[in-house]
Ligand binder design. Structure first.
Ligand code: APR
Length: 318
């Protein structure tokens, strides 16, 4: 099998290491590079992952690299086709994603500047929180074309929604299609009109009160995991989502996924990073796919756009 390309995952914490492992196990990349500022951690994890190759049956090589905030070590990431940025603090119980903004802005800015320097043609996938703001900041700090920087949130929120619906109905997750748009936070916009169970509208399978409760649980899906873990936040479902986005970029598949991308005119919304569906390919988000929304859903999306727009303006100065 032909393997090609280089993908770097910045941050070898829970999210970054599980993402790197998933990417390696796809067995489509020549190299997966995992970096962190904690000396030895990425090298140790890379060694461990490489030793899983004979068991899992993949040939992709994993390279660990300790980096400094001065950019040292980034030469090992040079000319990556894709960079996934997971560096940053996760939430603690009771925290909102927005509570991380100042700390993570500094980290993501420094990472993004080095990514731009060493991998000027990369597609950047941001997952650090608060997601919509960190995606905007990474785009700004890299100076890359806006659609070449995308954020992961919608795939995860949608997967959570799908899981909850499937569990409530006792049906396979494969029978359920759901969708969430908007921000990765309080102004997340679940789109019931796009949700189906075995091809039939969700409203025929569940009553409105149950749908509302599942929507609420989806909106608080991350916080529910954080409260149970007590230290750290979710990473299995998040890394699955980020890795699938990277795969779509690597394969130039054109898969339509809910992602955080630059919206400029679509849905009547101007100039903001927002969760919408987009075709994902070699250059990042090829095009935003607009679907027919109900008036309530569209109003929710516009409200989300204005909420993240204000915050995205703030991060320019962080
Ligand atoms: N460069 C590289 N790595 C960094 C940097 C930096 N400048 N600053 C911090 N890191 C690393 C930390 O050393 C740590 O290993 O980022 C890693 C973060 O890992 P975890 O604390 O395990 O957090 P994780 O669960 O992986 O979440 C990472 O994703 O979902 C979001 O909110 C979450 O912002 C958080 C991010």
């Amino acid at each position: 099998m032909a393997r090609s390309g280089k993908v770097t995952v910045v941050g070898a914490g829970f999210y970054g290491s599980t993402t790197a492992q998933r990417l390696a196990e796809y067995d489509i990349f020549e190299t997966v590079v995992l970096t962190d500022i904690i000396e030895g951690k990425p090298e140790g994890l890379a060694l461990d992952m490489n030793q899983s190759r004979p068991i899992e049956g993949f040939e992709t090589k994993v390279v660990g690299a300790t980096t400094g905030t001065d950019g040292s070590g980034y030469e090992q990431t040079a000319d990556s086709d894709i960079v996934v940025i997971t560096a940053g603090l996760p939430r603690k119980p009771g925290m909102s994603r927005m509570d991380l903004i100042e700390t993570n802005a500094k980290i993501v800015r420094q990472v993004a500047e080095n990514v731009a320097k060493f991998s000027p043609l990369a597609v950047v996938i941001v997952v650090s929180n608060p997601l919509d703001e960190m995606t905007a900041l990474a785009a700004n700090a890299t100076g890359f074309p806006k659609r070449r920087v995308i954020g992961q949130a919608g795939m995860l929120d949608t997967a959570r929604f799908t899981h909850f619906v499937a569990e409530a109905l006792g049906v396979p997750v494969a029978s359920v299609n759901t969708l969430t748009l908007g921000s990765h936070g309080d102004t997340m916009v679940p789109v019931p009109s796009a949700c189906t169970v075995d091809g039939k509208p969700l409203s025929e399978a569940l009553d409105q009160a149950t749908i509302d409760a599942l929507v609420d649980r989806t909106r608080n899906g991350g916080a529910e995991v954080v409260a149970l873990l007590k230290t750290g936040s979710a990473y299995y479902a998040p890394s699955a989502a980020a890795a699938r986005m990277a795969k779509a970029v690597a394969e130039d598949s054109g898969a339509v996924m809910p992602v955080c991308t630059w919206v400029d005119g679509e849905y009547g919304i101007d100039g903001v990073y927002l969760g919408v569906e987009a075709e994902i390919g070699a250059g990042g988000a090829r095009t935003v796919v607009e679907r027919k929304l109900t008036d309530t859903e569209l109003a929710g999306l516009k409200e989300a756009a204005e909420a993240v727009r204000a915050k995205q303006a703030d991060v320019a100065n962080l």
